[in-house]
Design a protein around this ligand. Structure first.
Ligand code: ADP
Length: 302
């Protein structure tokens, strides 16, 4: 006798409707291309049916938000992101929900993120790194001025729009500092570029973003992350010992800036504003635009 065929539970993604309506505005959006997935969200292009304007729609199944703790984290991400507005931060357009999903509509970044760029290019030129770094740091100056720490700056959270402009996104681990000098004791989730003070649970603040951006610049210029090993425990060990090497081929100003940003003592790291004043930005050409060809190949003049 053959076994009875069990009805397979549909995957939550299969249930995302092709047309979604924001109940507060009555606007209909059409679901388009799938763009990627994160911890909880699936990301699709969503097009406003009245204006034809396109957005990145982060769609989260409510089945994944049953625990109050997960719901609270998502609410905090939305609260922080909707309050910020800056040229180099992914624009927050709106959010709404239906019976099964929460929808977050964001500024669409058509050229993916620095992660795909770095995977394709390995190491990029100092001129390109200067161009990207300036915009990332400008976004951080804005956030820090508003007492927000991003806490998960990494290549895949730094998006690139169709004009090759940087847009920092994903506020899933972000937090607010409530009073001057406050140290955050906990962090729920695992940032990609863990600062030593987080690893050693010493309490942390704005300086963790400087650390992560230091890791981003290193990775872009060297071609791999500073503390990379094959085992996570070994990577943590290297972070605690501040054990990393900068190749000789980098310019002195790039080396010096990376060394400052990766200081083990958070108080010795430069603030975001101080980074912008570093000679790395004045010692070489800072382009005002980059061509999209940089996504796949090095520009001819360096
Ligand atoms: P999660 O918060 O669940 O980790 P992410 O914010 O990482 O979700 O988004 C999941 C994926 O969706 C990303 O890896 C990226 O491919 C895509 N994505 C997110 N935001 C945008 C955006 N503004 N523009 C284009 N693609 C995006």
């Amino acid at each position: 006798m053959s076994k009875p065929v069990k009805d397979k539970e549909p995957h939550p993604d299969d249930l995302i409707p092709n047309d979604v309506r924001d109940p507060s505005t009555g606007i209909w959006y059409k679901k388009g291309k799938f763009m990627g997935k994160g911890g909880f969200a699936r990301c699709y292009e969503l097009t406003d049916q009245t204006t034809q304007k396109m957005f990145a729609g982060k769609i989260v199944p409510k089945t994944l938000l049953q625990k109050p703790h997960h719901r609270d984290k998502m609410t905090l991400e939305i609260q922080i992101h909707r309050d910020v507005r800056h040229q180099h931060i992914v624009g927050f357009h709106s959010y709404f929900e239906d019976k099964d999903f929460v929808y977050i509509l964001l500024e669409l970044c058509r050229n993916r993120s620095l992660m795909e760029l770095q995977k394709r290019r390995k190491a990029i030129t100092e001129m390109e790194a200067r161009y990207f770094l300036k915009q990332i740091v400008e976004a951080c100056v804005y956030l820090h001025n508003r007492n927000i720490i991003h806490r998960d700056l990494k290549l895949s959270n730094v998006f690139i729009n169709s004009n090759m402009e940087i847009k920092v996104g994903d506020f899933g681990l972000a937090t607010r500092i409530d009073f001057q000098g406050q140290k955050k004791k906990t962090l729920c989730g695992t940032p990609n570029y863990l600062a030593p003070e987080i690893l050693m649970k010493k309490g942390h603040s704005f300086e963790v973003d400087t650390w992560s951006v230091g890791c981003i610049v290193y990775t872009l210029l060297v071609g791999h992350p500073p503390f990379e090993t094959t085992k996570l425990a070994d990577t943590y060990d290297k972070i605690k010992k501040n054990d990393y090497k900068i190749p000789d081929r980098l310019s002195n100003s790039a080396k010096h800036l990376i060394e400052l940003m990766l200081k083990p003592n958070p108080l010795q790291r430069p603030t975001m504003r101080a980074i912008l004043a570093h000679e790395f930005f004045t010692s070489g050409h800072l382009p005002s635009h980059l061509p999209t060809s940089c996504l796949t190949m090095a520009p001819r003049q360096v």
